[in-house]
Design a protein around this ligand. Structure first.
Ligand code: ZN
Length: 153
């Protein structure tokens, strides 16, 4: 395999990688899903650190490691992981979807200039007054995206 020097600070050490593999396989198994090698690649890449990535970025990083996974497999795996609550899908408008390795509820800053997403812990945002819910509904979740841009001048 083609080993490149790593510069990304979030690369996990081998021991942690092994632990992560087991955790993912266990979680997939608990949802009745098979941890096929390709699913494992996609899941490990996203879940090894708190991060937000598009499907394209995930595909690119996997290809960089010398593995080959099709675009369809990446999308299918991400959909499956998000349907089972192992990751979160954040839609930023249009077809701009970002996948979040942090599956517990939280909010985001979205920098519209850089595209960067930054987590906001739930306790950092005060949602005291919500409007009455539409008749016959109950709240299924509240996620806030605060759009920011680079300040000029
Ligand atoms: Zn997040």
């Amino acid at each position: 395999m083609n080993r490149r020097p790593t510069k990304a600070p979030d690369r996990a050490q081998p021991a942690a990688t092994e632990e992560l593999r087991h955790r993912i396989a266990r979680e997939l198994g608990s949802h009745g899903l098979k941890g096929t090698p390709q699913r494992m690649l996609v899941a490990q890449l996203l879940l090894r650190a708190p991060r937000h990535m598009t499907a394209e970025q995930i595909l690119k990083e996997i290809n960089h490691t010398g593995h080959r996974v099709s675009k369809a497999t990446v999308y299918n795996t991400l959909n499956m992981l998000s349907e089972h609550g192992l990751i979160r899908e954040i839609n930023l408008g249009g077809d701009h979807t970002v996948y979040d390795s942090t599956a517990t509820p939280h909010h985001h800053f979205h920098n519209v200039d850089t595209g960067e997403l930054v987590d906001i812990r739930p306790d950092q945002l005060d949602l005291q007054r919500l409007p009455p819910l539409p008749e016959g509904t109950e709240a299924a979740g509240v996620e806030v995206v605060i759009r920011v841009r680079q300040r000029t001048g």
